[in-house]
Design a protein around this ligand. Structure first.
Ligand code: SF4
Length: 291
């Protein structure tokens, strides 16, 4: 719960504010950029919501914030923000909101599928928040949880206990220690089911993997994201904990696949037709080689 007494001085006057507990995860700025900005090391409100639509996005940011750093008077109905998640992105793919501090506000996603098509899939773990869990339960629960890497596992255990979902993770990121039921090994891609391909992408961590759904949606964890500043696909050199050269090699491997969405854990999402995406990925690999 944000505290007025800790309100950052960079906020403009008005109802919404960010307090000193902000960890600068970027979620609010992506969800409600008309309200929140980066003032350097933290977020603050640069413009108070002026329309119902802007207030709704600000309330979504409020419930998505991993540290409860966003404040607003009680008169604003939190249910508006809560009920917006999971938020539809395209087809049967949803953004979960409700980020967790333990994964530094990493983003997670839900694929909704009937049981006879494999059931619902969570990609990385959101915060185990009662409101979100109830909504996911009403949508059919979780059959499978795909974990991209060890940083963003957050509340995986609680989701497993609640829904009995099988967790998929690479051995080299501690899958056995975390109790994953399906352990990925080596570097060969493999088909988890007819629509889901597991692609090992060592680099950010040794056991990082990305997941390709229907040759359209690529869930990229901390491997690949869109940079709004540079207007290009990008990778994060400063957090290549395992190996930057390996990450470049893993990135080049993705040129063999077709996809239209990049859905990351950190950084911005990106959508383009497959040809444009391929061109952007080539640019990204070339850029990485200069770093
Ligand atoms: S979502 Fe919360 S923690 Fe993340 S940048 Fe915004 S205020 Fe800070």
């Amino acid at each position: 719960m944000a505290r007025e007494a800790l309100r950052l001085p960079e906020n403009v006057p008005g109802d919404f504010f960010v307090d000193e507990s902000c960890i600068d995860c970027d979620a609010c700025r992506q969800i409600a950029p008309e309200t929140f900005r980066d003032h350097g090391g933290r977020s603050s409100v640069h413009r108070q919501p002026a329309t119902a639509g802007q207030a709704r996005r600000a309330l979504m940011a409020l419930v998505a914030c991993p540290t409860g750093s966003i404040g607003a008077p009680r008169a604003y109905d939190r249910k508006i923000g809560v009920s917006a998640f999971p938020e539809p992105l395209s087809e049967n793919v949803y953004f979960c909101g409700f980020t967790a501090e333990s994964s530094f506000g990493a983003w997670s996603y839900l694929i909704m599928r009937p049981e006879n098509e494999g059931g619902n899939v969570l990609i990385d773990s959101p915060r185990f928040a009662t409101q979100l869990v109830k909504r996911i339960e009403a949508l059919g629960g979780v059959r499978t949880m795909l974990l991209t890497h060890k940083d963003d596992v957050a509340d995986h255990k609680l989701f497993h206990q609640k829904f009995g979902c099988e967790r998929v993770m690479h051995a080299d990121d501690g899958a056995a220690r975390l109790g994953a039921e399906v352990v990925v090994r080596g570097e060969e891609p493999f088909q988890l089911d007819p629509d889901l391909l597991v692609i090992p992408t060592p680099g950010h961590t040794r056991g990082h993997v990305v997941y390709l759904y229907r040759n359209k949606f690529l869930f990229t964890g901390d491997h690949l994201a869109w940079s709004p500043n540079r207007q290009t696909l990008t990778a994060f050199r400063s957090v290549a904990w395992y190996s930057w050269p390996e990450q470049i090699r893993s990135m080049a491997k993705l040129l063999d696949y077709e996809f239209e969405w990049v859905l990351p854990g950190h950084g911005d999402m990106y959508r383009a037709d497959a040809r444009t995406m391929h061109r952007e990925l080539e640019r990204c690999v070339a850029w990485m080689k200069t770093k």
